[in-house]
Design a protein around this ligand. Structure first.
Ligand code: ZN
Length: 68
């Protein structure tokens, strides 16, 4: 399947480009860079750290006793 690199607009092919839809790893990283740049910055976190504390408590098995 043919497409064009979102970064440099070069033609890319899903079968020949491991970084499809990008033409190269460089363009893929550039796109990630755009993501990390301030134009995508998230102003307010949708969660606060106390949520993670609760999650950890859930994930940690309270009854690690597998016998029986
Ligand atoms: Zn490219």
């Amino acid at each position: 399947m043919l497409a064009s690199c979102p970064i440099c607009k070069k033609p890319t092919d899903t079968e020949t480009h491991a970084d499809f839809p990008f033409c190269s790893e460089r363009c893929r990283l550039l796109d990630l860079g755009n993501w990390a740049s301030e134009k995508y910055v998230i102003s307010e976190p949708a969660f606060d750290e106390s949520m993670f504390e609760d999650l950890e408590r859930d994930i940690t098995p309270s009854d690690a006793d597998e016998q029986g």
